[in-house]
Design a protein around this ligand. Sequence first.
Ligand SMILES: NC(=O)c1ccc[n+]([C@@H]2O[C@H](COP(=O)([O-])OP(=O)(O)OC[C@H]3O[C@@H](n4cnc5c(N)ncnc54)[C@H](O)[C@@H]3O)[C@@H](O)[C@H]2O)c1
Ligand SMILES: O=C(O)C1=N[C@H](C(=O)O)CCC1
Length: 266
Amino acid sequence: MEKIKIVIAGPRGRMGKEAVKLVNETEHFQLIAVIDHKNDGMNLSDLEGFSGIVAPIYSNLEECFNQNQADVLIDLTTPEVGMYHARTALNYGIRPVVGTTGFTKEDLQELNNLCEEKGLGCIIAPNFAIGAILMMKFSQMAAKYFQDVEIIELHHDQKLDAPSGTAVKTVQMISEVRDSKQQGHPQEKETIQGARGANIEGMHVHSVRLPGLIAHQQVMFGADGQTLTIRHDSYNRASFMSGVKVAVESVMKLNLFVYGLENILE
Ligand SMILES: NC(=O)c1ccc[n+]([C@@H]2O[C@H](COP(=O)([O-])OP(=O)(O)OC[C@H]3O[C@@H](n4cnc5c(N)ncnc54)[C@H](O)[C@@H]3O)[C@@H](O)[C@H]2O)c1
Ligand SMILES: O=C(O)C1=N[C@H](C(=O)O)CCC1
């Protein structure tokens, strides 16, 4: 079987390190280069923690793509950088698998259009953990029967974006089945701004940031005399890697834009 040639952007990050390990340990994957805004011209194997993992380091994405024939770009960086990387990859005929969160609706639309124009696949996955995908799907199922919902997402305190990509995706999935509803008391007033969290499509999203956490979300539904809580917890970043693997394998067979791993899992 021909190996899938992969470039990873953000290899020294918390997720990037796990992705390097995954690609390095997967027989039909080949790490051909990495994108890092530091260490340009060095080799990954020269850096602490990557002993024996040979891949040239580029700070310039175009230079990397001009010098290496990649199939897939895995991006695990920051929203602005990730958007630029995904757009550039598609322009080079390379399929992006993006775990980076914080993309806007306009960003997603732009990538969708670019995929159509180029006839290429691209996967944007706000959460790669299979359990998180199920948590979102179960929440979507529950929302058919419970209209009142609040989302509490909890992450480590080094996270840059709020609300989380998973929370935004959960709102989107629930709004596909939930009639619009103004929740809470019609005359409710925040005496301190932000007390009710973010309001996305009429659903309140509360973002908790604490050291000790990794990635967690609970979706709470309420109805007369009962509540239902659906919760998922990631306790380490290895929990995301089976999803990254599936996404890389799937994107090679795709010629369209996919937002959310639930769309490719069987
Ligand atoms: N989809 C998922 O399942 C999932 C899971 C965890 C994290 N995330 C998201 O992935 C992203 C990364 O998370 P993290 O915890 O690894 O963050 P991190 O801060 O540990 O890593 C980000 C890395 O990006 C690098 N970087 C920044 N600018 C760059 C550039 N121009 N070129 C190359 N590299 C650059 C940084 O040096 C850093 O090493 C975040 O957006 C986070 O929300 C998604
Ligand atoms: O660590 C993070 O940052 C995570 N971000 C994702 C999100 O924004 O939903 C989910 C997984 C961890």
